[in-house]
Design a protein around this ligand. Structure first.
Ligand SMILES: Cc1cc2nc3c(=O)[nH]c(=O)nc-3n(C[C@H](O)[C@H](O)[C@H](O)COP(=O)(O)OP(=O)(O)OC[C@H]3O[C@@H](n4cnc5c(N)ncnc54)[C@H](O)[C@@H]3O)c2cc1C
Length: 387
């Protein structure tokens, strides 16, 4: 590895969307940056996700709304800036509504989202059926409609990695961090099996693995994860025209040992990405289960009966993390002088182009244009509870 003995300004741990985009933003500003990723670039959760730049499913406070509206604008020019396409495009989204409670809930959300610049509409079953003629809408009340973004998540990860490298960052795969050297409440070096790296600041952006990573510096953070399974089909003729999800995703999976929250996303080449069979677990792995794939298939065929003849070509599972209040955790760890953490976003792809600029400012000791204090890990200093 090059620059083995160098002292870096910032060492980022984790080569997913958060780490890669931050490495790019830091390197662009001349910060000597090393990113250490345990596996291949994007091989944690990022490159395996559905690629939706979600717009209407997150928290409704001003900071989250700004991250969505301005994050989306940033995507419009980001491919050109990174010098590589990641298949950015717009897609219709239908969040199917099955209960009156969900209908009322979404009418209220739409009345907040639309004036805030995220046009969101609740439509009845007839409108849904017209837009998705091959869907079995029996028993559905209607859907929420919005326009969201879509990307290819592997290309997005690789575009950021390439642009970060071009700007001078070292992006190092297959370099698992195994420990820290510390002195006076500061991390002075990061250890890997390839050797140790000296640094001024450490940014831990290891997604669902974040609590494992900070634990090596004796920092406990309240992050859990669920294991989500997904499949992708062979290419089919155009039969599904929008992204389709359920409107009560979080209510469906919350607190359950196992749940299916069906999501259907046609890709640019005719394949359909289908998510998620979700299991509550403490384990980290990338496997799928007989239960998950069967349950996913059952819900899919209920929604799109013609899919029973379509073959699945690949399946996988990945962890997705969350905090007790389901807000992101972003900021300086209060117990140490130079450890920054970032994980657990709700609308990661939408927000990350803008958020990474702001995190790069924070990592240099500057104030970002909008305060990220509401995401600070210090909110858990006096304890937390999992409801
Ligand atoms: C099936 C599925 C579909 C999803 N769909 C969407 C979607 O459509 N839109 C959306 O916005 N989000 C989606 N998500 C969520 C999204 O994938 C995550 O929010 C996002 O990938 C998190 O990015 P990250 O950089 O925080 O973490 P990750 O991508 O997990 O990156 C963290 C990295 O840290 C590395 N690491 C861990 N420990 C160490 C160590 N000790 N040393 C070095 N490296 C280490 C890991 O290998 C990993 O690559 C989906 C998730 C799943 C599971």
């Amino acid at each position: 590895m090059k620059n083995l003995t160098n002292n870096f300004d910032v060492i980022i741990i984790g080569g997913g969307f958060l780490g890669l985009s931050s490495a790019y933003e830091l390197a662009k500003q001349g910060v000597r940056t090393l990113l250490l990723e345990a596996g291949d670039i994007g091989s944690g959760t990022s490159a395996s996700c559905s690629g939706r730049a979600q717009v209407c499913e997150g928290h409704l406070d001003p900071l989250n709304i700004q991250l969505i509206t301005d994050g989306l604008k940033r995507h419009e020019t980001l491919e050109e800036e990174l010098g590589q396409t990641y298949d950015w495009r717009k897609s219709g989204l239908f969040l199917i509504i099955r209960t009156q409670d969900s209908w009322n809930h979404w009418q209220n959300r739409a009345s907040i989202l639309t004036p805030a610049g995220i046009p969101t509409e609740v439509v009845d079953r007839k409108v849904l059926q017209k837009a998705e003629p091959n869907m079995n809408t029996n028993g559905l009340l209607g859907a929420v409609y919005a326009v969201e973004g879509m990307i290819n998540p592997l290309k997005f990860s690789l575009a950021y990695a390439a642009a970060a490298r071009r700007n001078g960052a070292i992006i190092q795969g297959n370099s698992q961090v195994t420990g820290f050297e510390m002195s006076n409440n500061r991390i002075t070096a990061v250890q890997t099996k390839l050797g140790k790296f000296l640094c001024d600041t450490v940014a831990v952006m290891t997604g669902a693995w974040l609590p494992q990573t900070t634990k090596m510096a004796n920092i406990e953070l309240p992050i859990c994860h669920t294991h989500a399974e997904a499949v992708v089909t062979e290419p089919i003729p155009a039969m599904i025209f929008n992204n389709v999800e359920i409107s009560d995703f979080y209510a469906t999976i919350h607190g359950k040992q196992r749940a299916v929250a069906i999501g259907v996303h046609p890709d640019l080449h005719g394949s359909v990405d289908i998510t998620e069979a979700v299991t509550k677990t403490d384990q980290y792995h990338k496997r799928v289960s007989a239960w998950g794939i069967t349950a996913l298939a059952k819900e899919l065929i209920q929604l799109y009966p013609f899919m029973d003849k379509v073959r699945v070509v690949r399946s996988w599972g990945r962890p997705t993390c969350f905090t007790p209040d389901e807000e992101p955790i972003i900021g300086w760890v209060p117990q140490l002088k130079n450890m920054y953490v970032a994980a657990s976003l709700v609308e990661t792809i939408t927000a990350v182009p803008l958020l990474s600029e702001w995190m790069a400012s924070s990592l240099q000791g500057k104030k970002p244009p909008s305060s990220l204090d509401q995401f600070s890990p210090s909110r858990f200093e006096n304890g937390w509870s999992w409801n």
